[in-house]
Design a binder for this molecule. Structure first.
Ligand code: NAD
Ligand code: IPM
Ligand code: MN
Length: 365
């Protein structure tokens, strides 16, 4: 029996509610396979600001570094929205990602057949969608320098950020994406804005170069505006997608709508070595926190991704995913309603026929 050290960061809003559910599923699935989890909870985000003044206390980062994996729910809320960037709950999450160098963020968006009618798009558009978005997580405009506020020559206040990628940063995420595509349907679409941005021209050049090492993977490039449209027009054209930090943030929330709910999407944030961070794509949903309305699926599936990619426990991950799917009873969709009515009709005709036949036999006799 092995023990796995997991640092759990419930965070803010719906975080604690969905964490509770995910840990129950994790422990039950672990028990099935004789795997034991040593769970230690720590503070991050708004909860940490309230208790310590810092969104990512030293002690939390140290605990994360010393563990086998980090399971994070969500951070943020109205209460902390007027703080300066680095002291906000979001600053704590970003510092955690860079602190562990978790550069590769895998965000799968899979449409389950029983939820295909839950999407705001038509069933035939989304049924069968299975996309893996590989998002670069510790670079780009989120972290580029210089950033800040200043005044322009007219004395107007300005705000600015810098979108920057270096060759090694693009190379390492491209390798992760090609490796992922290789294990899937062998198609990779790199999304950028190379018609306008130098940073994207470099991105495209480096991804193309890395692609030469993967002749079995079909590489295509797409501008992000077109990608946002194609994702809704014909999402099934996508297999694996690789993109930078901000485009990946936006496209993954968009992709969640194919699956029916933002509450469905898990993610894994993987470093080159050391513990990864496993976290839902969604946020702390302050609008529904504390009302028992939060969908825990993304959090359960994130814990399953932790078992698969972070702890090398694929069987525990399989069990957790199967359990999560069992929780989704088929919806009373028009198709199911149609099938049930058809069955009732057939049953009615058949019994009538049997009754009539027997009646005739009776009279014949
Ligand atoms: P959000 O993802 O928290 O919520 C967007 C909408 O989706 C809301 O209407 C919410 O109720 C709904 N939603 C989200 N998760 C859900 C779930 N599991 N079940 C049911 N409904 C769900 O995004 P937001 O409202 O833009 O941001 C709220 C806060 O969360 C902000 O402070 C933001 O910075 C933070 N945030 C944190 C993370 C993270 O921790 N990784 C991610 C995104 C946003
Ligand atoms: C996400 C979130 C974060 C991001 C925020 C809360 C910093 O939106 O994980 O998608 O932009 O990366
Ligand atoms: Mn986001």
């Amino acid at each position: 029996q092995a023990t796995h050290k997991v640092t759990v960061l419930p965070g803010d809003g719906i975080g604690p509610e969905i964490t509770k559910v995910a840990l129950q599923v994790l422990e039950a699935a672990g028990k099935n396979h004789g795997e034991d989890f040593k769970i230690q909870e720590h503070l991050v985000g708004g909860a940490a600001i309230d208790a310590t003044g810092q969104p990512l206390p030293e002690e939390t980062l140290a605990a994360c570094r010393a563990s086998d994996a980090v399971l994070l729910a969500a951070i943020g809320g109205y209460k902390w929205d007027s703080l300066p960037s680095a002291s906000r709950p979001e600053g704590g999450l970003l510092a955690l990602r860079t602190g562990l160098n978790a550069f590769a963020n895998l965000r799968p968006a899979v449409v389950l057949p029983q939820l295909a009618d839950g999407s705001s798009l038509k069933r035939e558009v989304v049924e069968g969608v299975d996309i893996m978005i590989v998002r670069e997580l510790v670079g780009g405009i989120y972290f580029g320098q210089p950033r800040g506020f200043s005044a322009n020559e007219h004395g107007h206040k300005t705000g600015y950020n810098t979108m920057v990628y270096s060759e090694p940063e693009v190379e390492r995420i491209a390798h992760v994406a090609f490796d992922a595509a290789r294990k899937r349907r062998k198609r990779l679409c790199s999304v950028d804005k190379a018609n306008v941005l130098e940073v994207s021209q470099l991105w495209r050049e480096v991804v193309t170069r890395v692609g030469k090492e993967y002749p079995d993977v079909e590489l295509s490039h797409m501008y992000v505006d077109n990608a946002a449209m194609q994702l809704l027009r014909n999402p099934k054209e996508f297999d694996t997608v690789v993109t930078g930090n901000i485009f990946g943030d936006i496209l993954s929330d968009e992709a969640s709508m194919l699956t029916g709910s933002l509450g469905m999407l898990p993610s894994a944030s993987i470093p080159s070595d050391g513990p990864g961070i496993f976290e839902p794509v969604h946020g702390s949903a302050p609008d529904i926190a504390g009302q028992d309305l939060a969908n825990p699926m993304a959090m359960i599936l994130s814990a399953a991704m932790m078992c698969r990619y972070g702890l090398n426990l694929p069987q525990v991950a399989d069990d957790m995913e199967a359990a999560a799917l069992l929780g989704l009873l088929p919806k009373w969709t028009p198709r199911i309603r149609g099938l049930v009515l058809l069955n009732l009709l057939v049953l009615l005709v058949a019994t009538n026929w049997v009754v009539l036949r027997d009646t005739e036999t009776f009279f014949d006799a």
